[in-house]
Design a binder for this molecule. Structure first.
Ligand code: FAD
Length: 389
């Protein structure tokens, strides 16, 4: 079978489709799958309430497969907990499931040792601890939730038409195209996860891949597949650019074996010889924001991206909001690494990442890696027609 329906260089990037698939399969995907299971990377700090700044709650918050199971008490890393004894008020159950208990026993010092610097690309306020909770991402896989219809459509419409200029258009400059492609690539990845883990039969609770949906939403649109690969390489470039920082960061959860494992997996990923040889610079950010209007354009796009980030509070399904917020924060972190540090604007700035930004960045890279793998494998299985990029 033809395993490579996409050929040539990924547009605006520096590596070939075929190479990306090989690297992903041999190196990135296996390492990332292990990395996101470590305690440091599986707990995401997030404010999950619906407080949409753009329109009133549309009543979509209580969909069945949408609820998020937050951290069960016994699973939470010891160092994250407050020393006090748990009271019944600290635990709140959703849907009556024991594993869905919400642990609100946040230790304000849990994220100490990490900077709390603001990210100019996102709207989330990380320091607002009172309203934040930790979610175990492994208990809440991104998959089909049943969230659809006007509520979901309104978000995507707002993301594309209000914030992200229409594409393709001759008027768009390079930087605006890139913002569009990042959003479209993320959208493809979300659709791929819905298709990869779909509720096939409600009566018997049977979950599995829905290849028709994958084809209808992603594979039959070559640009959506291209944008997925582009977004993957863009985020990979950010991760490798921040290698020095990520290598020396403290992955401390109090479980030294697991923390050492996280550090070792991170090192293997950052300095993998195959990656260095085959795709040393997955995306060349130095060519952006050139010319007189560069700084102004950057501020404009930064504002657009902040709006997209704020729109995630309008997603009317808790689990979709969780993954939407995480992945947009991950993209915002990639943008911060590539464009807000050591650029012309702040030549003396050193990179500072918040703990949550690192968690979002690596989980986003893992999601994109899963999507690229699934698309690559399924595109090879599907009959030809409409799927070549
Ligand atoms: P949609 O995916 O809603 O797409 C809307 C329109 O956008 C399409 O008609 C098309 O014109 C355009 N479009 C679609 N894909 C692309 C692309 N890749 N690039 C450019 N344009 C595109 N549902 C779940 O079941 N699980 C989830 O985890 C989940 N997470 C979500 C997270 C967010 C942030 C949002 C906004 C929605 C999420 N949803 C989730 C809902 C899901 O994305 C769809 O909106 C829903 O399944 C309805 O799909 P649809 O066929 O109407 O098309």
């Amino acid at each position: 079978k033809d395993k490579h329906k996409y050929s040539g260089i990924v547009e605006d990037c520096c590596c070939e489709y075929e190479m990306v698939d090989h690297l992903n399969e041999d190196v990135l995907h296996p390492l990332l799958q292990d990395l996101v299971k470590t305690p440091f990377f599986r707990y995401f700090k997030v404010k999950l309430w619906c407080d949409c700044p753009f329109w009133p709650d549309d009543g979509m918050c209580r969909l069945r497969d949408c609820s998020v199971c937050e951290c069960p008490e016994n699973e939470f890393p010891e160092t994250f907990k407050r020393p006090s004894v748990l009271s019944a008020d600290d635990l709140m159950c959703q849907e009556g499931k024991p594993e869905a208990a919400v642990d609100r026993t946040l230790d304000r010092n849990a994220f100490t040792g990490w900077p709390e610097t603001d990210n100019p690309w996102t709207s989330d306020d990380e320091t607002d601890n009172a309203e934040m909770t930790y979610v175990n991402l492994l208990l809440n896989p991104e998959r089909y939730t049943g969230y659809t219809g006007p509520s979901a459509r309104r978000i995507w419409d707002a993301v594309y038409s209000e914030n992200c200029p229409k594409y393709p258009s001759e008027d768009l400059c390079q930087e605006e195209k890139i913002l569009y492609k990042l959003i479209s690539g993320l959208h493809s990845s979300i659709s791929v996860h819905i298709a990869a883990d779909y509720l096939l039969d409600e009566a018997s609770s049977l979950w599995g891949p829905n290849l028709k949906l994958l084809n209808d939403r992603v594979l039959q649109y070559p640009d959506r597949v291209r944008n997925l690969y582009f977004t993957f390489l863009f985020v990979l470039r950010a991760v490798t650019k921040a290698a020095d920082y990520l290598e020396h960061a403290e992955y401390n959860t109090g479980n030294s074996n697991e923390d050492l494992k996280a550090q070792s997996l991170m090192r293997q990923l950052l300095y993998d010889p195959k990656l260095q040889a085959a795709c040393p610079v997955p995306f060349d950010e130095a060519k952006l924001w050139k010319g007189q209007s560069g700084p102004e354009l950057k501020l404009k796009i930064q504002k657009q991206f902040r709006n997209i980030s704020a729109l995630m509070d309008c997603v009317g399904c808790e689990k979709c909001r969780l993954w939407g917020k995480l992945q947009v924060l991950g993209l915002g972190t990639a943008l911060k690494i590539l464009f807000s540090v050591n650029g012309q604007e702040h030549p003396n700035h050193h990179l500072q990442l918040q703990r949550n930004e690192v968690i979002a960045l690596m989980n986003l890279l893992n999601r994109l890696s899963e999507s690229v793998k699934f698309v690559h494998e399924m595109a090879a299985e599907m009959p030809a027609g409409g799927q070549t990029a």
